[in-house]
Design a protein around this ligand. Structure first.
Ligand SMILES: NC(=O)NC(NC(N)=O)C(=O)[O-]
Ligand SMILES: [Zn+2]
Ligand SMILES: [Zn+2]
Length: 509
């Protein structure tokens, strides 16, 4: 009798436990279902939560506090002093302690080579590497995929290839090539299809269906871009006489031989030529609204002086450099080590110093990876012939720790890292809902430990397709990415990716 009474009394308690268990285990599934077809987009079971950190990098400085994320959006930001105990107990909190919370990186210059050359990289491996490196948005270059992205039809192929295969957000640059440059309706249809801007080369690109443009093409392109208020990105090198004819008299395994084939005068000449048309981008000019962005600057001398002068006159011009120009110098590149070949080339240590100076002064606006991989055979690693090997550095996963590790001795701050990698790139690409930890922005975030050191050795998991061609192998870096959030989805945590690829396409409206 006693026993049955006890059983009856326990029944409501058991029901309550069952209900709690149901809520705990069933709600994650229903959340994932709202993401479409039972997808596992996030390593978190909920889409409304708080992230706490002692070092949150906001536009108003570094604060200790919490960021509230709901439905992929930052909905509130609370300083630790205003964060009440009662709140803390009611909500789901991920507390990262001393680790830094900042906006995810936006890489405006990456070659993902998909479709058509996915044996070089591809959307899945490239965007997994990005997620592991704290990059939440990539803007894919229009060349090295096959075909190049130069028309609405070829953009459509990109969009198809990216569907359900991207782990971070991906946007696209379109190509400005001789075929479309003088045809405004062709350019308009490419821009209408959603490319975030255009890209052109002032020297041969190495890709047959991506020929170089001359200054008339560029001028015409800018007048169309003005209407759309989108940028033109330019690979600014122009073929001039080299210090040596073709290097054939010199040792092709020596990096200095390669360096001499692409002297600073190539960059300077292209930039001088390019800046002869950028006055049109000034307020009141015929191409007001258009913008010129010089990609991967290597020469920190005359080329940079010209850019500074143009900015001073009011031309709408910005410039990026890449971590490899800030980390390496020509003197230290080993004989035959073609992993370091890129164009423009990595120059001497004195130039690297000047690049850092320009970064710290703000004369260089931002950074990008220029991750430009290929299949290992084309790097000719056993030959070591710098003149014949494919040019391009593989770096995607490591740009944040590289920036931090090599920048430390110059006193780089967390705010500068955000400016170079998130704020400025978001503005260049017109991604105005990204690039800052601010109420209303998308929850594209990275959590990382600047002080944690690691070595890129055989054990280190590298997610881009061909780790063996990365120039960073063997380096010891500081700055370990802990977690990456893309639109509120925890896509990467402690070496593990969410199983489904739920990044979204960033098409210009
Ligand atoms: N076809 C390329 O990918 N070229 C790239 N190659 C480099 N940077 O060496 C580039 O961005 O110019
Ligand atoms: Zn380039
Ligand atoms: Zn590139």
């Amino acid at each position: 009798m006693e026993r049955t009474l006890l059983q009856w009394r326990l029944l409501p308690l058991l029901a309550l436990i069952a209900a709690l268990l149901y809520i705990f285990f069933a709600s994650p599934r229903s959340f994932q279902e709202t993401q479409g077809n039972n997808k596992k987009c996030s390593l978190l079971p909920h889409d409304h939560y708080w992230i706490s950190s002692k070092r949150i990098v906001t536009p108003d400085g570094v604060i200790s506090g919490s960021v509230e994320v709901d439905g992929g959006i930052i909905v509130s930001l609370v300083k630790e002093v205003d964060w009440h105990k009662s709140q803390r107990s009611r909500v789901k909190v991920i507390d990262y302690g001393e680790a830094v919370l900042m906006p995810g990186l936006i890489d405006v210059h990456a070659h993902l080579d998909d479709p058509g050359r996915s044996e070089w990289e591809g959307f899945p491996s490239g965007t997994k590497a990005a997620a592991a490196g704290g990059i939440t948005t990539l803007v894919d270059m229009p060349l090295n995929s096959c075909p190049s992205t130069v028309s609405p039809e070829t953009l459509k192929l990109k969009i198809e290839a990216a569907k359900n295969r991207i782990h971070v957000n991906v946007g696209f640059w379109g190509g400005l090539v001789p075929d479309n440059a003088l045809n405004s309706s062709a350019l308009e249809s490419l821009l209408d299809a959603g490319v975030l801007g255009l890209k052109s080369f002032m020297c041969p690109s190495g890709i047959n269906d991506f020929p170089m443009t001359n200054i008339t093409h560029i001028k015409e392109g800018l007048s169309v871009l003005a209407k759309y208020r989108r940028p033109l990105l330019v690979h600014a090198e122009i073929e001039k006489e080299s210090e040596i004819e073709d290097g054939s008299e010199n040792d092709p395994r020596s990096y200095l031989t390669y360096l001499k084939t692409r002297p600073t005068s190539w960059e300077e000449g292209a930039i001088r030529n390019l800046l002869s048309v950028t006055e049109n981008t000034r307020i009141g000019g015929s191409a007001e609204g258009a913008h010129v962005h010089i990609v991967h600057l290597s020469d920190a001398s005359s080329s940079l002086d010209l850019i500074k002068e143009a900015k001073g006159k009011g031309d709408s011009v910005t410039v990026e450099t890449c971590p490899h120009y800030l980390a390496f110098s020509a003197e230290e590149i080993p004989e035959g080590d073609t992993r370091f070949k890129c164009s423009p080339p990595i120059r001497d240590a004195a130039n690297r110093e000047k690049l850092w100076e320009a970064m710290m002064k703000g004369d260089i606006d931002m950074l990008s990876s220029d991750h430009s991989p290929t299949k290992p055979e084309l790097k000719l690693l056993s030959d070591g012939n710098f003149l014949k090997a494919w040019g391009g550095i593989s770096s995607l996963q490591f740009v944040l720790p590289v920036t931090w590790s090599y920048g430390k001795r110059y006193g780089v701050t967390l705010e500068q890292v955000v400016s170079w990698w998130s704020d400025r790139p978001s503005k260049l690409a017109g991604l105005h809902s990204k690039g800052a930890i601010k109420v209303g922005k998308q929850a594209d975030l990275v959590v990382w430990e600047p002080e944690a050191e690691f070595e890129i050795d055989e054990e280190h998991p590298i997610h881009f397709k061909h780790p063996s061609i990365s120039a960073y192998l063997g380096r010891r870096l500081s700055g370990k990415v802990v977690s990456t959030f893309v639109r509120g989805n925890l896509v990467f945590r402690e070496g593990k990716h969410a199983s489904d690829a739920c990044g979204s396409l960033q098409l210009a409206a």
